[in-house]
Structure formats: structure tokens, C-alpha cells
Design a protein around this ligand. Sequence first.
Ligand code: DHB
Ligand code: FE
Length: 279
Amino acid sequence: MAKIVGVVTTSHVPAIGGAIHKGIQHEPYWKPFFDGFPKIREWLAKVKPDVAIVVNNDHGLNFFLDKMPTFAIGAAPEYKNADEGWGIPVLPPFKGNEDLSWHLAESLIGDEFDMVTCQEMVVDHAFTLPIALLYPDMKWPISVVPINVNTVLFPTPSAKRCYALGQAIGRAVEAFPQDLKVVVIGTGGLSHQLEGERAGFINKEFDIRFMDSLTGDPTWATQYTDRELVKHTGTQGIELLNWLTARATMSGKVTELHRNYHIPISNTAAATMLLEHAA
Ligand code: DHB
Ligand code: FE
């Protein structure tokens, strides 16, 4: 049977791709952020996941503002990185895991989550950069299943609904008959607002409380409406829904193996966590 071996969460600011490309990870601006990853890479080298389910938000490549699925799942043999116009080099394609995708789609829709299934899907920085950070040699030893949560256009799904989706993903993985080690990656956040009067808004206190909650009190964020989450974390801070969905895939007690939190990368509080089932 498949099992979830852990959850990794990380920011996905496009400039990270530029820093990787230029090889400036050790410069003072970037070092505190990139220092968050060696521990996670060591863990990946030890645990050797076979598949990554990547909970992220599409930023306009597949779904523009005219058509916005609340939840979508990739079911493609391959996911190409499309040029987003940020000047970041396009990364090699990612191998899909169609069996797991269709199993998840069937199970989630059976559980009354009305997923949009996508047999073609391109991936943007929210998907590519977390994987590039985890596997810096750019050779991906995993197959992937992208799951998109709409954190871009109101109405967005509630934190409570995202939590329930994560739980349903977790149940579906555990029921998948192939022996696969699955890592779930949640991308984006933490607090940031890129536009308007509050551009540059950061709420460290809320971010830390949220990160603390993911270990022992994971439903904490579900007390908030989406508008409250935007108020507390910024218009793009609501990407924390991807983190919450990813976290909710793990049932039972969870141990925090690692975290990193750094302000600022771009206009964001850039953060990373690694969670594992408690022994
Ligand atoms: C930035 C952050 C994001 O989450 C994103 O999707 C795009 C840009 C930024 O800080 O530049
Ligand atoms: Fe984003």
C-alpha cells in the first residue's frame, strides 16, 4: 500500500528561480532562505520518496481569471514548465504518475470533492521551484501529481474545506494498492501582499502561530474565513491554504523535523517546514 512519508512546505517566490539560475544562493540576501533546505534534502536522501503530490496554486498558466476551478488535479503523463515571463529558465519536464492521479481523482470525487481533472497541465513557479529547491541537481527522482487550490480569485475555498480535502487526499493515498512512498509538498506563502495600499504587508506573529499549529493543533487555521486570512496574512498570504491542505493529508501525531522562517524574500515572509509522522 502507498504511504505518506512526510510533508514539506515552502515558499515559491519566482525570484528564487533567478537566484538558482545565477548561482547566488550564498549571497547575504539569499543565504538565510536557502539555508532552510539542506536538512530537508538529507531527509529526502534518507527516506527516498517515490512520488510527490504537490499542492499549489496556478498563477494564470492553465486557469486565467475567466475560468477558475476551486480544486483541480493533474492526470497527465508529463508536466511541462511553461515560460512565465519572469526571466527564469524553463526547467525540464516532470514525470506524472497517472495511476495515482486517477486513483486520487476517483477517490476525491467519490468523497464529494468536485475536482477538475486535467490530462494536460503546465506547471509554474509554484510547482517547479519547490521541487528545484528539494532536488537541486535538477534530476527529479520522483513522479508527481499536481493538485491546484484556487488561492487567486475570490471566491476561494475555505480553510475548513481545504483541510477536509487534505484529509481526503490522505485517505486516498493510504488506500492506493501500489507500494509507494509519497511526500506531500505544500507551496506558497507565508504572509505577503504584492499589490495595493498594503503591498509589503507581513504578519510574523500570525505566520509563527500558523507554523506552530501545523504540528499539534492543525485545524487552528480553519477558524478563519478567507477574508480574515487575507486580513491577517495579505492577499497572497492566503497561499497558506496549500500548506494547510498538505498538512491535513497526515493523520495521527506529527513531529516537526525542521523549519526555517526569513523576512524578506521579495515582499514575502519566506518559510519552509518538514513534518513527519511521530514515532
Ligand atoms: C511573488 C510571490 C508569489 O507567491 C508569487 O506567486 C509571485 C510573485 C513575489 O514575491 O514576487
Ligand atoms: Fe504565489
